[in-house]
Design a protein. Sequence first.
Length: 158
Amino acid sequence: MSWYEFSACTGSTLGIFCLIAYGFDKNFSNHMTQHVKNSYFPWVQGLHILLDYLIDQEEDHINGDLNFCSYYKNHDVMTKRFSYFLQNANQSIAQLPDTDFHKMINQALLGIYLADQKVQRQKEVKKMAKHLLNKGGAPSYFFFFNGRIMAHLRSKMG
């Protein structure tokens, strides 16, 4: 893992939210805390923040802001790394209770982020989005299409 990928992993709060949710379970143990940490960090959290950087590339370039995606050699390498993050994110949550729920979070991350209008304005990102949505499967497409519909409705309303 590169330094910029690791840095992205540290920026997500998803692991904290997961710990808080499990903290309400009276059967949750300190041992489970370690399982959550190992499951969400680095892969799920990295997928989360890298997707955020992915869709913001054009905007960050225009504004002169740091974007970790700019460190990838090219879009092919970036696509392979994102696929690798997704694969590892899905494997890492397998040790958690409610595995299907956690897998849905990974799939929802893909669908929600890649439904953003910023993706449509970036040719290479749009191509990468299609590849990643295919990897995420039907649930990712469910979140993607619902995200696009909601964005369309918001634009009509306001």
